[in-house]
Design a protein around this ligand. Structure first.
Ligand code: PEP
Ligand code: MN
Length: 340
């Protein structure tokens, strides 16, 4: 059972309700960051008399029991939608947010030049990998802590908050020291121990869809984060494994309006991994925004042909600037997608 609290609830009224629930022996999960507070009462059913009393306090807006297995992430639990704030950037509102940067931090010069260029092009967040998941154990796996230091320096210079991936539980504290938002990669979407521990940092989380995960599995992965008390979660569609060898993955844009219908969490799209081809990145960026995405995650490199990782799908800063220009035009034009 989920108690949706009124948006204007005072923290001390919320606390009084929590105390009452806890005194009565209920186990609860509370989410307060991304919108009106949600209290999930776990385990045993709450007697009707209790529910009636909650309603009469005026603190509880509604009691809902979502039918989806991901009850905290279900749209019904926060119909207003969740807004995730990273630094001063708000993800989940009308204005699409562009997250950009190199797949991998390669050197100080490469990162700082790319960071300045993406800021100039209109990106709001800088993303770069310091710890990289690679299919082959012999490939370059990133600069590790040195990469994190460079990301922090790039943030200092540009003012852009930094997003970077956490690959395993051993590195969470280290990465969280440097990053403003933690990325869970496609290959780790179902690493439940990692999800729980990343959630516990309280940092915003960018949760990529597993490339062979259904939308329900993806939302259940998000549920792990929410059930651990962290509702600063942004979903990222990045393409699924298909039968077509001409593109790297198949960008599943159906998932965007579907997730917006089923969940209150913001959803962004990564057309770089979703296509694997830089010439497809501009049109699929626009398609994603037209489908209702709250933003984009795009791989950008100052010299894409020299990139150590994912060069074929990386665009140059001038192309990013053009995408941002068109995305803004499109977003201004588009009505909010209809939610049913
Ligand atoms: C990446 O963002 O560079 C990456 C490795 O993405 P994914 O986890 O979606 O494959
Ligand atoms: Mn990449």
């Amino acid at each position: 059972m989920i108690l949706r609290l009124r948006a204007d609830t005072e923290p001390h009224h919320r606390q009084a309700l929590l105390d009452e629930l806890q005194r009565a022996g209920f186990e609860v999960t509370v989410l307060t960051s991304g919108g009106p507070a949600i209290i999930a009462v776990n385990g045993r059913a709450v007697p009707d008399a209790f529910v009636g009393r909650f309603m009469r306090t005026g603190v509880v807006e509604e009691v809902v029991t979502p039918s989806e297995p991901y009850r905290l992430a279900a749209r019904a639990s926060r119909p207003e939608g969740t807004v995730v704030q990273v630094g001063s950037v708000r993800i989940g509102e009308r204005e699409p947010v562009v997250i950009a940067g190199p797949c991998t931090v390669e050197s100080r010069d490469q990162l700082l030049r790319t960071a300045e260029a993406v800021r100039e092009a209109g990106a709001s967040l800088l993303r770069g990998g310091a710890f990289k998941p690679r299919t082959s154990p012999y490939s370059f796996h990133g600069l590790g802590e040195r990469g994190l230091e460079l990301l922090a320096e790039a943030r200092e210079r540009t003012g852009l908050p930094v997003v970077t991936e956490v690959l395993d539980t051993d590195h969470i504290d280290l990465v969280a020291q440097y990053a403003d938002m933690l990325q869970i990669g496609s290959r780790n979407m179902m690493n439940f121990a990692l999800l729980r521990k990343v959630a516990a940092t309280g940092k915003p989380v960018l949760l990529k869809r597993g490339f062979a995960a259904t939308v329900e599995e993806w939302l259940l992965a998000a549920e792990y984060l929410l059930a651990s008390g962290n509702d600063r979660v942004v979903l990222c569609e990045r393409g699924v494994r298909g039968f077509e060898p001409a593109t790297r993955f198949m960008l599943d844009l159906n998932a965007v309006p579907l997730v917006r219908q089923r969940s209150h969490l913001p959803v962004i799209v990564d057309p770089s991994h979703g296509t694997g081809l830089r010439e497809l990145v501009p049109p699929m960026s626009l398609a994603a925004i037209a489908a209702g995405a709250h933003g984009l995650l795009i791989e950008v490199h100052v010299q894409p042909e020299d990139a150590l990782v994912d060069g074929r799908q990386s665009i140059d800063p001038a192309t990013l600037a053009e995408i941002v220009r068109r995305v803004r035009l499109l977003a201004a034009l588009a009505e909010e997608p209809v939610l049913v």
